[in-house]
Write a protein that binds this ligand. Structure first.
Ligand SMILES: NC(=O)c1ccc[n+]([C@@H]2O[C@H](COP(=O)([O-])OP(=O)(O)OC[C@H]3O[C@@H](n4cnc5c(N)ncnc54)[C@H](O)[C@@H]3O)[C@@H](O)[C@H]2O)c1
Length: 252
């Protein structure tokens, strides 16, 4: 653990921290000196990463769409030292490419429960501690799809548009309490979620995505983590309410 890193001494929660972008964020946060609570449905994956990182990380099983789980998660993080400096709402689920009218009600409800309601639940249980401390940084992992949607991912993209509006609304309400709220909009990333959006993995599918990205590559967990470290560090102390594209120019 870096004792003098850019997040030295901070306690962070990263939801969905066992995989993909979340695991990248956890690694970078720990490398910058934070103590990270890795919250995931996948306890085994979260524990494996926590073991790799040693004293900088702890694993908690939590379903971020369930109030009781999120309450227990906040208690576990507060148990580390009485404060939560950083909350990253990264856990999410994707959807397969489908005409908007064919998506079933159960899938619609699941998309909104995990991608949107979770932001409300973590706010309920974490914001009071941040208000007491008069400090905090919240980061929501949204998507380019929330800004510039493409066909056949309508309800997933809508959850991300919701998240971007929630980011701005939370930022304006929480500013007077010293709490900053920002979002990152990643472009398609090389994570286990990617094949879901493509309806399966294929070289042709990846190439189709690449043609829409001016820098001609997919985003990586390291790309998202670098932006996350900045937005959650004191270097960004004047930055709130932004939704930062990390997208190789996809939204231009
Ligand atoms: N990969 C992409 O192309 C892409 C692009 C833009 C935005 N995003 C967003 O980035 C975030 C991370 O995605 P990823 O690509 O790393 O996906 P991923 O599937 O690799 O990781 C998601 C993690 O979230 C966890 N998770 C899922 N539901 C959960 C729940 N209810 N409670 C707790 N944990 C849960 C999973 O177990 C997994 O560890 C998501 O919000 C996703 O929507 C992904």
């Amino acid at each position: 653990m870096a004792s003098g890193g850019r997040l030295a001494g901070k306690v962070a929660i990263v939801t969905g921290g066992a995989s993909g972008f979340g695991a990248g964020i956890v690694r970078h946060f720990a490398g910058e000196g934070a103590r990270v609570v890795i919250a995931d449905l996948d306890l085994e994956g979260a524990q494996a990463l926590a073991t790799e990182l040693g004293a900088s990380a702890a694993a908690v099983r939590a379903d971020v769409s369930k109030d009781a789980d999120v309450a227990a998660l906040a208690r576990a993080a507060l148990g580390l030292g009485g404060r939560i400096d950083i909350l990253v709402n990264n856990a999410g689920v994707g959807q397969g490419p489908q005409a908007l009218e064919s998506v079933g009600e159960d899938e619609f409800d699941r998309l909104f429960a995990v991608n949107a309601k979770s932001v409300y639940l973590t706010a309920r249980h974490v914001v009071p501690a941040m208000k007491r401390a008069k400090a905090g940084a919240i980061l929501n992992i949204a998507s380019t799809g929330g800004v510039s949607p493409r066909p056949n991912l309508t309800w997933y993209n809508s959850t991300k548009g919701w998240m971007i509006t929630a980011t701005k609304a939370m930022a304006i309400e929480l500013a007077r309490f010293g709490v900053r709220v920002n979002a990152i909009n990643p472009v398609a990333g090389d994570t286990p979620m990617l094949p879901t959006f493509m309806g399966g993995d294929s070289a042709e599918g990846r190439e189709r995505i690449l043609t829409t990205i001016p820098l001609r590559r997919l985003s990586t967990p390291a790309d998202i983590a670098a932006a996350a470290v900045f937005l959650c560090s004191d270097e960004a102390s004047m930055v709130t309410g932004v939704a930062l594209e990390v997208d190789g120019g996809r939204c231009l």
